[in-house]
Design a protein around this ligand. Structure first.
Ligand code: SF4
Length: 118
């Protein structure tokens, strides 16, 4: 039985095997290009999320946004009607989540949370 199978495959012309091989190479390249395109599209979509420069973004894991905490930093926030450009967008995006308050001139009211409530 095995000999029959082997002799059947040996009777195929070589271009059939070459066709299978190049088809596999083509499918692999096509899948890689499709994955790159998908990742690039998703990354550009993520960069449209405006929360990092929004006035209402807090940089806190506990309450990301004071207006829409349920959609902050998600794709749903891309068309947020309450987006307001922060006066200090770099300050918003660079400070750690433990930072709790900011005065009107951009300085910290409470520098770091150390678990002390004083
Ligand atoms: S108001 Fe909208 S854009 Fe601003 S942080 Fe909240 S969800 Fe994001």
């Amino acid at each position: 039985m095995l000999l029959l199978v082997v002799s059947t495959f040996q009777s195929f012309p070589h271009f059939v095997y070459a066709g299978f091989a190049w088809s596999l190479v083509g499918l692999t390249v096509w899948n890689i290009l499709a994955a790159i395109k998908k990742v690039t599209k998703q990354a550009s979509r993520m960069h449209q999320i405006p929360c990092a420069t929004c006035q209402f973004f807090t940089s806190s894991y506990d309450l990301k946004c004071t207006v829409h905490p349920q959609i902050a930093m998600t794709e749903e926030a891309i068309d947020c009607s309450d987006y307001t450009l922060s006066k200090y967008p770099d300050f918003n995006s660079q400070h750690s989540p433990s930072l709790k308050g900011v005065s009107s001139n951009g300085t910290s009211l409470v520098s770091r949370s150390h678990g002390c409530s004083q």
